[in-house]
Design a protein around this ligand. Structure first.
Ligand SMILES: [Zn+2]
Length: 278
């Protein structure tokens, strides 16, 4: 059973595509190779983590489920066809679950926001495929209707993007959708509030939000995993309190008073050491 320390340290990993070979257009770095993905899942397993979903976490909060000793959450943004064809079969083979954030507008069948040309398509999965993953125990979350940067829209448009994606996906899945992921990890107070009003229980950003899991359910920090993460950097993300390291890095960069190269390394090492051991 998980103790408090493990729960406040739950890591949420963010993936996009899982591909057998690199895309032809190398500017799209939001992918990992299948062979690396398999190695990463083996590391998760070897380090004693058990994958859970936000739905599981909700049941835990409602006292209806006990969490495993070392829970971890794997997420996939956008609902790519390769999530269905490549990533999920590998996850099933490893007895792992994940959360997939899909678009509410089901007429979008390509990730057209990914700066595409004709030679590089990013197909998304169908509603039937989403439904079958949901039946297999994967959690389907919402990623807005059209993948706009919500902070750039008017209030009524923001709410429409959020609330309609929940409604549409719930109709398709015939079950409640509890979790939202902000397109581009972009949010502000208004956007966050509207996600809450729309009836979601959790929402994921990327580099924003507190470092402790559960301190803000509507701005859950995630660790981005891309092709350049590889195995060693992945291991660091699992072993170190990496969400704290990234939080500290962005905090010192954004407040302008202290830049990364001014951060005293011995001090940072001490913090990391204490966070890891304690
Ligand atoms: Zn996205």
């Amino acid at each position: 059973m998980a103790d408090r320390a493990h729960i406040s340290n739950i890591k949420v990993l963010m993936y996009h595509r899982v591909l057998d070979k690199p895309p032809r257009k190398n500017s799209n770095w939001h992918y990992v190779l299948t062979e690396d993905f398999i190695k990463q899942l083996k590391l998760i397993d070897a380090l004693g983590y058990t994958t859970i979903t936000f739905n599981d976490y909700k049941l835990y909060l409602e006292d209806k489920l006990t969490l495993p000793k070392k829970p971890i959450i794997i997420t996939f943004d956008d609902g790519y066809l390769d999530t269905y064809e490549v990533a999920c079969p590998v996850l099933i083979e490893h007895n792992m679950s994940a959360v997939i954030f899909a678009m509410g507008n089901r007429e979008i069948d390509q990730a057209c926001w990914e700066d595409l040309d004709d030679t590089e398509l990013c197909p998304l999965m169908s509603s039937d495929q989403l439904r079958s993953l949901s039946n297999l125990g994967f959690e389907i979350g919402a990623h807005s209707m059209n993948h706009y940067d919500l902070t750039k829209l008017r209030d009524e448009e923001i709410f429409k993007e959020i609330a309609e994606s929940k409604e549409t996906l719930e109709k398709i899945l015939d079950e409640p959708v509890h979790t939202f992921a902000y397109p581009y990890g972009s949010l502000n107070k208004r956007v966050k509030k509207m996600v809450e009003i729309a009836g979601f229980s959790f929402a994921c950003g990327v580099y924003t939000g507190p470092y402790r899991f559960g301190d803000d359910f509507f701005d859950l920090r995630r660790l981005a995993i891309n092709y350049h993460t590889g195995t060693s950097r992945y291991l660091l993300r699992l072993l170190l309190p990496f969400q704290y390291v990234e939080w500290l890095y962005h905090k010192t960069r954004s407040n302008g008073r202290l830049h990364q190269n001014q951060l005293e390394i011995p001090k940072l090492k001490k913090i990391i050491f204490e966070k890891t051991i304690g």
